[in-house]
Design a protein around this ligand. Structure first.
Ligand SMILES: Nc1nc2c(ncn2[C@@H]2O[C@H](COP(=O)(O)OP(=O)(O)OP(=O)(O)O)[C@@H](O)[C@H]2O)c(=O)[nH]1
Length: 266
């Protein structure tokens, strides 16, 4: 295959078609998903967000000299994974976030990783995940050691980082770019795999509830054959909207930020 990720290709450069990568940020409420997303997109730390909003943002990135059109879904699942299909069938990679000063958030991140592993098994589609211990600046209030983070990541075979949304931008950017690299590797293995999303809710004969054992009873997912799926709209098709929410207003300050209403599923 002539495509070599990580190196400029013949014909690559500003004119080449950007790689499209969808990244979903998962984690318990308050872990810092929005703060990390905004830090990555704007280089700023913004401390307060409306916790109930879920947005998908678009950013043009260059990773290893290659243009990447990155979409970031900042999810809002409240306390446990819910209606997971909106990101399970959409994302090329996941960032699972917990806060180093919250044992509860660490336990939730474990539930998310189990959910992703289960989904990969069911669908035979492996999607990389990275585990992030956020709020490293709060290390003096740690409830989760670094060794525990390393061990959990090792159990699920994912990369692990400790970060802080309010410290240096470069570290946060590095983590997001690592997620792109992981996604790219998977896409190279199966280039025909396209992201999918659920176009409508309908009765699903073969819905498989995840076990309460994992704290995932409210989350269901389906194999691709049981639902009506549509390709994610291209950026050109996506409708740009004016952002009205308080959280999004904070994010709107970045001139390059684009909210893609086309990705709202529910
Ligand atoms: N000290 C510190 N505070 C952080 C950091 N990241 C986020 N916070 C704070 O933690 C709180 C929760 O952050 P959010 O980004 O809203 O967390 P979330 O995971 O998006 O949570 P929801 O919006 O409820 O889904 C906010 O008050 C943030 O300012 C960090 O790295 N360090």
């Amino acid at each position: 295959m002539s495509s070599v990720f990580g190196k400029p290709r013949a014909g690559s450069g500003p004119q080449s078609t950007p790689l499209e990568v969808n990244l979903a940020i998962l984690g318990r409420r308050g872990a810092g998903k929005s703060a990390l997303t905004v830090k990555f997109l704007t280089k700023r730390f913004i401390s307060e967000y409306d916790p109930n909003l879920e947005d998908t943002y678009s950013s043009e990135e260059t990773v290893d000299h290659q243009p990447v059109h990155l979409r970031v879904m900042d999810t809002a699942d409240l306390d446990t994974p819910r209606n997971c299909e909106r990101y399970l069938n959409w994302a090329h990679a996941f960032l699972v976030v917990y806060s180093v000063d919250s044992r509860q958030s660490f336990d939730s991140s474990s539930s998310y990783l189990e959910l992703l592993a289960l989904h990969a098994k069911e669908t035979q589609r492996s999607v990389p995940a990275l585990l992030l211990g956020n709020k490293l600046d709060m290390a003096q209030y740690r409830q989760v050691t670094k060794a525990e983070g390393v061990a959990l990541a090792g159990r699920f075979g994912c990369l692990f980082f400790e970060v802080s949304a309010c410290l240096d931008f470069e570290h946060v950017q590095h983590v997001f770019h690592e997620a792109v690299r992981e996604a790219r590797r998977e896409l190279e293995k199966s280039p025909l795999t396209r992201p999918l999303f659920i176009s409508e809710e309908r009765a699903l004969p073969h819905q498989a509830p995840l076990t309460a054992r994992h704290g995932l009873a409210s989350c269901t997912f389906n194999t691709l054959s049981t639902v009506s799926l549509k390709e994610v709209p291209t950026v050109a098709q996506a409708k740009l909207v004016t952002v009205k929410s308080s959280r999004a207003q904070s994010k709107r300050k970045a001139p390059t930020l684009t909210l893609l209403k086309g990705f709202k599923i529910f």
